[in-house]
Design a protein. Structure first.
Length: 371
């Protein structure tokens, strides 16, 4: 048995695949999707986290070549009630346990995941970790308190630009930890896609002569990458811009808005949101621990397009004058329902309208944005 310790001192016994030689520490979060564990574990937005799956059995269809959202898992580990070791599915190439072991990602089973999730829902997400045999609880708690976080976005963003060919609109994707299926959605719409590192300047982005810019999803606290706000401020005054998840939060911050940490976040494929313009309800896929704060300053510049039905948080924004939109949830799903797939359409329409009108790139910056 292995010891897993939360920062509040709670200790759980569990079985792990592989021996623990050094502490494995991360933010402990829970995920409510019943399917799509491969997509979940390879979503770069989970960088630095330990994921507790609420579905009791994980791994029943193994791992396929097609379903990963990035080249490798970025999570620190995964906790399941039971790991299925003998999957039977025609698309599988290996078991889930083999896949995680090959990428040195810790997997634990046998823990009371229901009790753990109830604790996280009540007290909020917290730091936790596995510790080598012989570690005392006191020593584990000291290591948890002394743990320093990583530069999460830097760890998942592409180190250099790359292009995916297409004959339609040229979209620059600013990579804060982009999921592969976001790029697939752009490709299927015929776009030429250039993916650039998160710290790329607006001048460098404009040099690609794009028709629009997409700010991708990504891990961590948006305040940790406030360095990108000037770039966003400049681009939103010149081109159509669409933000997804972390991109949504950074967009709000660029216009003087604020963000806050949620108690336990939204992570799963069953999160209902309301379209404030039509009253329609969508079921969405989500993965975030922070939310945009609705404020008078923000609402002077944006209309709220979507609201979370669970807690009323801001799930979408539409700028009142500029071709700028964003959503907190994932329109590309993977995993999850496809209710929100039409969210790409306003972005495509804005690029079409600008091309049709032959409107030049605007000069100057966003006068309402943060300095």
């Amino acid at each position: 048995m292995t010891m897993f310790v939360l920062e509040d001192g709670t200790v759980y016994e569990n079985e792990t695949l592989g021996k623990i030689h050094t502490p494995i520490i991360g933010e402990v979060v829970f995920q409510t999707s019943m399917t799509g564990y491969q997509e979940v574990l390879t979503d770069p937005s989970y960088a630095g986290q330990i994921i507790v799956m609420t579905s009791p059995m994980i791994g029943n269809v193994g791992v396929s070549k097609e379903d990963s959202e990035s080249a490798r898992p970025f999570a620190k580990g995964i906790i399941v009630k039971k790991l299925h070791r003998t999957p039977a599915y025609w698309r599988q190439v290996e078991s889930f346990g083999q896949f995680l072991s090959s990428h040195n990602v810790m997997i634990s089973e046998g823990m009371d995941t229901r009790a753990l999730v109830r604790k996280l829902r009540t007290k909020g997400v917290m730091m936790g970790g596995w510790f080598p045999e012989g570690t005392s609880v006191e020593d584990a708690l000291y290591k948890l308190q002394a743990y320093k976080g990583e530069e999460l976005v830097r760890s998942v963003s592409t180190p250099s630009p790359y292009t995916i060919p297409g004959k339609g609109h040229h979209v620059v994707v600013v990579d804060f930890g982009v999921k592969r299926n976001i790029l697939t959605c752009l490709q299927e719409a015929g776009c030429q896609v250039t993916v650039v590192p998160y710290h790329t300047s607006s001048k460098e982005i404009l040099a690609y002569a794009p028709n629009g810019v997409l700010l991708s999803n990504g891990p961590g606290d948006p305040k940790d990458v406030d360095e990108v706000l000037p770039m966003i401020q400049d681009l939103t005054a010149r081109l159509p811009v669409f933000g997804i998840c972390l991109g949504h939060q950074l967009l709000a911050r660029a216009f003087g808005g604020d963000t806050e940490k949620l108690l336990f976040g939204h992570r799963g494929a069953n999160h209902p949101v309301k379209d404030e313009r039509t009253g329609q309800m969508w079921m969405t896929s989500q993965n975030h621990g922070y939310a945009v704060v609705s404020s008078p300053e923000l609402l002077q510049q944006f209309d709220v397009s979507y609201t979370a039905l669970h807690d009323g948080t801001v799930e979408g924004l539409i700028h009142k004058t500029n071709p700028v939109t964003s959503v907190q949830f994932h329109p590309e799903a993977s995993p999850g329902p496809h209710d929100a797939a039409p969210c790409f359409e306003p972005f495509f329409k804005q690029m079409n309208d600008r091309r049709t009108s032959k409107q030049p790139v605007l000069q100057g910056g966003n006068t309402n944005a943060k300095a």
